[in-house]
Structure formats: structure tokens, C-alpha cells
Design a protein. Structure first.
Length: 460
């Protein structure tokens, strides 16, 4: 379904609800108004009926005639009919305004007296109005009837209907316009989402974003989540591209060495020791390539947020002790003093194997870049929220211009060319720590050693 059809549907629903509500409200108002006017007419007729009943009782038919003659002169705005009939319903006296001849009051002689409180309706021969007659028994047995025309009530209701139509039609147009503007504004984020999705499909660019209106409603939340999803996809795609570029670049050198070794071996003739040495060299290079690929993939997964972490409560103090014991032999062989500052039991929620990788990489680098006779010191500090591990060495240090780049993949500073390595260890350290919502830092001066540190939240 296109956004235009959805827009039209929303507009139709909005206008339909408005029109239905207006019709229901006007119908209820009309019914209430009609009933109210009808009650007023009946109440006025009843009042006039009682007045003439009292007049008849006081002065008889002659006084009724005199009263009618006087009222006809001073009260011409509200007309009514008066009829006095005998006990057999034969007409003794009738007063009827000249314009009411279409009601034919003579028909009353054919209708029997039906008691007080009942209304007799005599339809007009000219229009839709009717003469509404109320009856009351007089003290002498005669029948008094007073009738009022419904024409004024019908005309008032007709004016109401005309005024309603004059107001309703423009309001319906305004509701249609308002519904269209409201649905257009409400569906704008949906149209933008469609446009951005179509752009991504057509161009492959995932860096396009939808502007957030800032209204804080559900559509705003949808746009925000969509933008976050695009950012995550863009990060993943960028990480995949960089990983492929790095793998292509990083494998070129070992693959060249591997091919060179194989070519040299093929040039020998029946030289089994050379063949064995070449195969051994090929296996060694393949192991290096596999290790490099594994590290590159770990870094890419951590940086793009897809690394699977087996988080559980682990003893950081115990890990530091185990790894320090493991590297103590390497340090002793090189003549480097390795010390671990004892601390109370510290536990964090983290991936055990990944944290071991981080500590092993940092400790291996510290020993590797420290000259014989130097020292490496490992310490751990903790507060309520975070744990901080520091590995300090007295090695050659890092030049100031190299510090910002040491976390880059495959970067090796000026002081590291003579030392074996691939330039991936620190990149992996930072990626793993950031995947744990932690931070990694370094302080170093050339010739004065370095302090590498990382911090982790106590609970992730």
C-alpha cells in the first residue's frame, strides 16, 4: 500500500468520524429541540384551556366571547382556536382565526370526547402543520376545547435544519482539509522512511538518516529506532569492508613467503631435508596466517558489536595471579622482575577467556619491551562501580607521536621493528575492553617506560 492511499484512508476516516459525530449531535439536538417546543406548545394550550375554563365558570359563554374579542385586538402574535360543544359534542360556539380554515374544525363533531390530557390532531389541507386540540369538561357538562397550530414550531425546526446545513457543509469541507493536513503531517515520517529505504536499496548507501521531529510520539520513536538500526547496519558493513581490506592486505606478505618457500623447495632435486624444511616453514606460515585471521576477526566482531561474550561473575584477582605465574618464567629468563601487588578478592561480570587475552597481551608486551634488569609491576584497584588494572614497565617507552596510533591494527612503532609481532595485540585489547563497556588507556614517555591500564564496570 502506498503512502498516498494510506493518506487518503486516514483523511476519509477522520472526515467520516467528524461527519458522523456532527450528524449524531445535530440529530440529538433536533429531537431535544422539537420535544421542548412541543412541550411548550402543549403547556401553553393547557394554560389557555384553564383560563377559559375559569372564564366560562365565572360568566358563561358571553364572558368567553368578550374575552376572545379583547384578546383578538391585543394579542395577534399567538393565535388559537376556542370551541365549546354540548354534551353530545355538537358545536355551541367556535372561534377560529381566518387563516386557519384549512384545519376544518368541523371534524371535531365527528370525534368523541377522549378525556383530559389527550391531544387531538387536525392535519392542515395546505401544509404539514396540524391543529393540536386539548379538551376539558366544563362544570355544566359541556366540552371546552382549545387548539393551537404546530405551524410555528414546524417553521422554527425548518429554520434550524437550514442553518445546520449552511454550517455543516463548510465544516465538512474544513474537516476534510484538516484530516488531509493532519494525516499528511502524521505520515511524513513514514514517507521519509520509505524514501530512505528506497535510497538505500537503489544506491547501497547506509549513511542516510531520517530527521527526527522531536515530538516524542510513537512515530518519533520509530524514526529514532530506524536510525539506530541504520547506524548499526552501517557500522557492521563498514567493519566487514575494513576486515576484508585488512585480510587482503595482511595475507599478502605471508602468502608471498609461503609461495617463495614452495618455489625454492621445488627447485631442489631429491633433497628430502630441504623438502622437510620447506614443509615445516609452510606450516609455520600457515599457523601465523590462521592466528592473524582469528585475531582480525575477533577485532572486527568486537568493534562492530557482534562479539559473543560469555559474561559471568569471575575472579579478576585470580586471573591476574594465574597469568602472572605463567609469565614469571618468561620474565625470569629475560632477567625482568615481575611483581603482582596483592589485593583483596575482586570479582567482575565479564567473559573469562577474553579478559585473559587482554591481560596476557598487555603483560607479554610489557616483558617484551623491557630490557634485562628492568621490572614489570601489575596492580589492581577497585571502587563501588569500576575495577582498574594497571601494568607498568620500565621499558623503552613509546614516542609521543606513536601513542595515538598504537591501537590501530597492524601498526608497529619505531621501537618495535626489531621485536617479533604482528601489530594486532593492542587493537584486540581495546576492542575486547570496549565490548565490555570498559576503557583502556596508556601513559608513556620514550626511554622511561609505559603504564597500560584498563577499567571495567563491576557489573555489566
Amino acid at each position: 500500500m502506498s503512502s498516498k492511499s494510506l493518506n487518503l484512508r486516514f483523511t476519509a476516516v477522520f472526515t467520516g468520524i467528524f461527519i458522523l459525530g456532527a450528524i449524531l449531535l445535530s440529530t440529538a439536538t433536533y429531537v431535544i429541540l422539537e420535544n421542548s417546543m412541543r412541550r411548550d406548545d402543549y403547556s401553553e394550550a393547557r394554560s389557555r384551556l384553564l383560563e377559559f375554563w375559569a372564564t366560562y365558570r365565572t360568566g358563561g359563554l358571553n364572558l368567553v366571547r368578550s374575552e376572545l374579542s379583547f384578546e383578538r385586538m391585543v394579542m395577534e402574535d399567538r393565535l388559537y382556536m376556542v370551541r365549546i360543544a354540548g354534551a353530545g359534542n355538537n358545536t355551541l360556539f367556535v372561534f377560529l382565526p381566518a387563516q386557519w380554515v384549512s384545519y376544518n374544525p368541523g371534524r371535531l363533531e365527528t370525534l368523541s370526547y377522549i378525556g383530559e390530557g389527550s391531544i387531538i390532531r387536525l392535519p392542515s389541507r395546505e401544509d404539514r402543520s396540524a391543529l393540536e386540540v386539548s379538551s376539558l369538561r366544563l362544570p355544566d357538562g359541556n366540552i371546552l376545547q382549545v387548539g393551537m397550530s404546530s405551524k410555528r414550531r414546524i417553521e422554527a425546526l425548518a429554520r434550524f435544519r437550514r442553518i445546520y446545513l449552511l454550517v455543516f457543509l463548510p465544516l465538512s469541507g474544513l474537516s476534510l482539509l484538516g484530516g488531509f493536513l493532519f494525516s499528511t503531517r502524521s505520515l511524513k515520517p513514514i514517507r521519509q522512511l520509505i524514501d530512505v529505504t528506497r535510497t538505500i536499496i537503489d544506491t547501497g548507501r547506509t549513511n542516510t538518516r531520517i530527521p527526527v521531529r522531536g515530538s516524542g510520539d510513537e512515530l518519533d520513536e520509530l524514526v529514532t529506532l530506524f536510525n539506530k538500526a541504520l547506524s548499526r547496519i552501517d557500522t557492521l558493513i563498514t567493519g566487514m569492508r575494513q576486515s576484508l581490506d585488512n585480510v587482503a592486505h595482511d595475507l599478502r606478505t605471508p602468502m608471498t613467503r609461503l609461495r617463495g618457500t614452495a618455489e625454492i623447495a621445488m627447485q631442489g632435486v631429491d633433497d628430502l631435508p630441504s623438502f622437510r624444511a620447506a614443509l615445516s616453514s609452510c606450516m609455520e606460515e600457515s599457523d601465523k596466517m590462521l592466528a592473524m585471521l582469528s585475531t582480525l576477526m575477533d577485532i572486527s566482531e568486537a568493534e562492530t558489536g557482534v562479539m559473543r561474550l560469555d559474561r559471568k561473575l569471575i575472579s579478576l584477582t585470580g586471573i591476574l595471579t594465574d597469568i602472572a605465574d605463567l609469565y614469571s618464567y618468561t620474565a625470569e629468563e629475560k632477567g625482568v622482575k615481575l611483581t603482582l601487588q596483592k589485593a583483596e578478592e575482586i570479582r567482575v561480570t565479564a567473559d573469562l577467556n577474553r579478559i585473559r587475552q587482554v591481560i596476557a597481551n598487555l603483560l607479554d608486551n610489557a616483558i617484551k619491551y623491557t630490557e634485562p634488569g628492568g621490572s614489570v609491576q601489575v596492580s589492581v584497584l577497585a571502587d563501588e562501580d569500576r575495577v582498574r588494572v594497571e601494568i607498568q614497565d620500565t621499558g623503552s617507552g613509546i614516542p609521543a607521536e606513536d601513542i595515538p596510533r598504537i591501537w590501530e591494527r597492524l601498526y608497529r612503532g619505531a621501537n618495535s621493528h626489531s621485536i617479533p609481532g604482528q601489530g594486532l595485540g593492542l587493537g584486540l585489547v581495546r576492542a575486547i575492553i570496549q565490548a565490555h563497556n570498559g576503557e583502556v588507556n596508556v601513559r608513556s614517555e620514550s626511554g622511561k617506560g609505559s603504564i597500560f591500564s584498563f577499567s571495567l564496570p563491576v557489573r555489566s
